[in-house]
Structure formats: C-alpha cells, structure tokens
Design a binder for this molecule. Structure first.
Ligand code: B16
Ligand code: MG
Length: 216
C-alpha cells in the first residue's frame, strides 16, 4: 500500500525546461558554445552548477574559468531564468496536475516536492499550488544530486513515510534512476525522450487513478 506522493517539478508539475533552455542558450552563446534542444535533454534534473559544467565541457572549456567565475556565470543564467519565470500563472500547470493534487489533498495523501531547482518554492507560488505540498526538499542541503536517491529519500522522510510507501513522479532519466534507487514505485512522465526503468509511463497525470496507485 502506498501512502504518499513525491513529485519532481520541472517536467511533471510545469514545463520550466523551455525557460532553462533559453537562459542556458543565451549564456552559452556568449561563451561561444553552441547548444541545441537535444543537448538540453541531458540538463533535465541536473543541478545548476552541474549543468554549467556540462555546457563548458561540451564547448571544450572545462578548465577555462575559476570557481568564482563559474559562480558568476551560473548566477547570470539564474537571473535571466527568474526573469522568464515572472509570467508563470496557474495556466502553466501541466494537464491533470491541479485535479490530481486536489484529489490527493482531499484524501489526505501527503505530497512532497523533490526538485533540483532552488527556485521551486517561487515557481509553486506562481502556479498557486504551494499549499498542496506538505514538504519541499531544499536542494541546497543535499550532498548529491539526481540520479542519487538522496533527494527522494529526504522527500519521503519529510512527509513521514518510507520510500517503499511512496510513489515518485519524474520526467527525466536521472530522476527516474533516483526514484528506483530509493525503492519507490516510479511513474515516468513522458516528455518526448525515451525513459527506462519506470513502473508505469504516462503522458499526463490525467492518465492515472489515485486509488489504483495507492494499491501498488
Ligand atoms: P535551478 P527538476 C531541475 O528541476 C531542472 O530540470 C534542471 O534543468 C535545473 O538545472 C535544476 O532543476 C536546477 O534548477 O537552477 O532553478 O536551481 O526537474 O529537478 O524539478
Ligand atoms: Mg524534471
């Protein structure tokens, strides 16, 4: 029997990947590195600094900048990204999310956010669903990012359930690997890229029955 839900944010609750991409692309262009949408797939679920490292390595600039300069570059990207987030509204929730959260809340099933994004609380406020979540893991407190299971284990703890009692939702392979390594039932949310290892794959949350998930 499952007792709670653990959600990734970007790609599951809303599609912020397009804004991450615009902001990273702008920065990469300035650095003389050309990235495309296919490259962007590997940044999904990966932390801000790890994303920058991957972009620099892709452009053969892995050793070009000091740590302080890299911090500056990441901050510059984030400032642009946060500007792009200003226009988010509840209309930007992915299909079925609002109804799913409302039903989970009505049934007193605790929900948590396990997102690599330090902007998660702000994004959830903009989407008007902050109150639907009993907990948001602070990614700044983690020792390892996805695909390590740490963030998912911490999310389950935060809503007082074991990982085995949780259903995890992810759109990115790194996150899905983390959910499985944590020992959770994994729902893969398909966003155009092949996903491996999910217990079930859906296109949107409307395709799921909460009562059936709780029986898993
Ligand atoms: P920030 P998720 C992740 O969100 C994004 O998929 C990833 O592209 C981003 O780099 C990461 O958050 C960090 O975000 O720069 O806002 O702290 O999929 O884990 O919800
Ligand atoms: Mg995601």
């Amino acid at each position: 029997m499952k007792k709670g839900f653990v959600f990734d944010l970007d790609g599951v609750i809303t599609d912020t990947a397009k804004f991450h991409y615009l902001a990273w692309k702008d920065l990469a262009d300035e650095l003389g590195i050309s990235i495309d949408l296919k490259f962007n797939e590997q940044l999904k679920g990966i932390s801000r600094m790890d994303s920058l490292e991957r972009i620099l390595a892709y452009g053969n600039q892995a050793d070009k900048y000091t740590e302080a300069e890299k911090e500056e570059l990441a901050t510059k990207k984030n400032t642009h990204y946060v500007e792009l987030l200003q226009d988010l509204t509840p209309d930007d929730l992915l299909p079925g999310v609002k109804a799913f959260l409302d039903e989970a809340n009505e049934k007193n099933i605790p929900c948590a956010i396990a997102s690599a994004s330090k902007n998660a609380p702000f994004i959830l406020e903009k989407l008007a669903v902050r109150e639907a979540f009993a907990a948001i893991v602070d990614p700044a407190t983690l020792t390892k990012g996805k695909p390590d299971p740490e963030i998912f284990i911490r999310a389950a703890e935060a809503i007082n359930i074991t990982p085995a009692e949780a259903v995890g939702f992810e759109d990115a392979q790194a996150g899905l690997d983390g959910i499985k390594a944590a020992g959770m039932y994994a729902v893969g949310v398909y966003s155009g890229e092949e996903l491996h290892g999910a217990d079930v794959i859906v296109h949107e949350l409307t395709d799921l029955s909460i009562d059936e998930l709780l029986q898993k």
